[in-house]
Design a protein. Structure first.
Lengths: 285, 291
């Protein structure tokens, strides 16, 4: 079973929920931090890193001896990532989406591909928990191909928990698509509610069952609850604002480590999600 | 013309609450919400929309079944696995590269331009505002961010205003890069946690990479004063100007629930006093800098 933990708004507690869930469960569990722009899960898991891999995406290089300046590469490129100026063809690697169109269209076979570094993937473990995260290179704009690479590490058996990036656009979809359950984390404020609605919109586009965790549940108002009721989204957990939790978080300590009595609540959260997926006919093995 | 962009790396550190307070204190400015993916500034500003525009960003492939001979070339060429075995394009996976459309021997693929968001010019009680909304599951957020900032600048010029206050997106990727190029300064709002420090360092590197001067303020500093100090020391080492700290103050949330800035909600709150002091420092910094 694959569970992605997502939210429209940033800073609502995705990482808190995904790391505590991962640390509370026994058996084959894997945590993939797909918030590659700002990965934070490792700060709470404290994993031992076993391997580091550099991830690249293919971008064009031109063989000037073969190039006849016909301009077909510039014509096919939808991203203005390759242009002909005077007597040279100039590729702009940072704009390239790696579609391979220029390579395919070039009649002189004058284009080859080299790698542009997107970032790194670190894999490791903490006790029985498998861990991996992507880290986008600072200055790199495109996170979806790196997210996709982190997701390719998904194991075929056991439970995979994905910590998704905030928002509702392409990086989030990359982290949520083809999962069995989406756990949305929000806070009961107007910003939280507004962005939750956007996130639910994205979940509906994907057609995946979802549930809600309300974090800092006693700060704000009850409009998130009313909304969840109206939309028939089950509220699976509420985490009150507790200075002890906030302070543990600030030091990089998981809730279940600072307050072990929370462990059973995360186990229950997992059981509830499993039941929902079972009832929806999905895969839970 | 000066532009201050508020960013944070990590989401939820208080960018929008703080820029809303600045909006209530600053004069002669245009507001710009560049967090197009999950825009929230309008919830406080209650804008009256004056102009409404579609945002077209890129194209998507559509296969015309009548002309398709199922030769399979498009599936072979597509690097996104966006074309199914029965030759239907999955619009979520389609990158909009047009390779299938270009090479289809039967000209059976259309490649129409796509509307993937909207942008608006509005009036608010604190002056004009440019804001935008990216459609759900859409791409090209960077382009929409760039567009919103350009329109904010045009609007400021047309109305003789000399400051743009921009609410930026979280992260360090495409939309953040689009939000900071050419800004007078970025203000990084960080929280005093290990995540906050980690993310602040990455976004500080990004600002340095694009040579944009950076300022820093720690929000909710009293949740962990030691960590707050560590982050400020890191910032100083990166040549980032450290501004006044803001305490954890539930008045921010209460103000938000009422759709108000903290300045309007409770002028005597500790949060308001801290933000006011920070704004004076920001104003002085902007006066001494130009883009």
């Amino acid at each position: 079973m694959i569970i992605s933990v997502a939210s429209g708004k940033g800073g609502t507690g995705k990482t808190t929920v995904s790391t505590n869930l991962a640390l509370s469960l026994d058996g084959k569990v894997q945590l993939l931090d797909c918030d590659v722009e700002e990965p934070n899960a490792h700060l709470f898991i404290h994993p031992t890193i076993d391997a580091v891999e550099t991830v690249t995406t293919p971008v064009p290089v031109i063989d000037e001896k073969k190039c006849t300046l016909c301009g077909k590469c510039a014509e096919i490129c939808q991203f203005k990532a390759i242009i002909v100026i005077g007597k040279t063809v100039l590729p702009f690697h940072e704009l390239c989406h790696s579609c391979g169109g220029c390579l395919e269209v070039c009649p002189e076979d004058a284009i080859a591909e080299v790698g542009r570094e997107l970032g790194i993937i670190e894999t490791g473990h903490k006790n029985g928990l498998s861990f991996a995260h992507g880290k986008l290179r600072v200055g790199e704009a495109m996170s979806p191909p790196l997210i996709s690479k982190v997701r390719s590490l998904t194991k075929t058996d056991g439970l995979t928990i994905i910590d998704a990036p905030p928002g509702t656009s392409c990086p989030v979809i990359e982290a949520m698509k083809e999962t069995d359950f989406i756990l949305l984390v929000t806070e009961p404020t107007p910003f939280g509610l507004h962005d939750l609605k956007l996130a639910v919109g994205a979940v509906r586009v994907l057609g995946i069952p979802c549930g809600l965790v309300i974090n800092r549940s006693d700060l704000g108002d009850d409009n998130v609850k009313k909304y969840a009721e109206r939309e028939k989204i089950p509220i699976l957990m509420e985490i009150p604002f507790d200075r002890k939790i906030a302070e543990a978080y600030s030091r990089g300590t998981a809730i279940v480590e600072a307050m072990p009595e929370w462990k059973q609540r995360f186990v229950n959260l997992y059981e509830e999600m499993k039941n929902i997926v079972n009832n929806a006919g999905g895969k839970t093995s | 013309m000066k532009e201050l962009v508020i960013i944070s790396g990590k989401g939820g550190t208080g960018k929008t609450s703080i820029i809303s307070a600045f909006a209530a204190m600053a004069e002669n400015k245009v507001l710009c919400d560049a967090d197009v993916d999950a825009a929230d500034l309008h919830l406080i500003m209650a804008p009256a929309i004056l102009e409404h525009h579609d945002f077209t960003g890129g194209n998507k492939a559509v296969i015309n079944k009548d002309r398709c001979t199922e030769c399979g070339l498009c599936r072979e060429l597509c690097r996104w696995d966006a074309i199914s075995e029965d030759f239907v394009v999955d619009t979520i996976s389609c990158e909009g590269c047009g390779v299938c459309w270009y090479f289809c021997p039967e000209k059976a693929i259309d490649f129409p331009e796509k509307t993937c968001g909207e942008w608006y010019i509005s009036d608010t009680r604190f002056g004009p505002m440019v804001h935008a909304r990216l459609g759900i599951a859409e791409e090209n957020s960077g382009k929409l961010v760039t567009l919103a900032r350009q329109e904010a600048k045009k609007l400021a010029e047309a109305r003789g205003l000399n400051l743009i206050l921009t609410d930026g997106p979280p992260g360090v990727g495409c939309p953040v890069i689009a939000s900071m190029g050419g800004a007078t300064a970025v203000l990084i709002v960080a929280e005093p946690t290990v995540s906050g420090r980690h993310d602040m360092e990455r976004v500080a590197q990004l600002a340095a990479h694009f040579r944009v001067p950076a300022l820093l303020s720690i929000n909710k500093f009293d949740l962990n004063p030691d960590e707050a100090q560590t982050i400020e020391d890191v910032a100083t080492a990166h040549n980032i100007r450290v501004l006044n700290r803001v305490p954890f103050d539930p008045a921010f949330t209460r103000a938000m629930v009422q759709g108000k800035t903290i300045v309007e909600f409770d002028g005597n709150s500790e949060g308001n006093k801290a933000v006011r002091k920070m704004w004076d420092q920001v104003r002085d910094f902007l006066e001494g800098h130009s883009t």
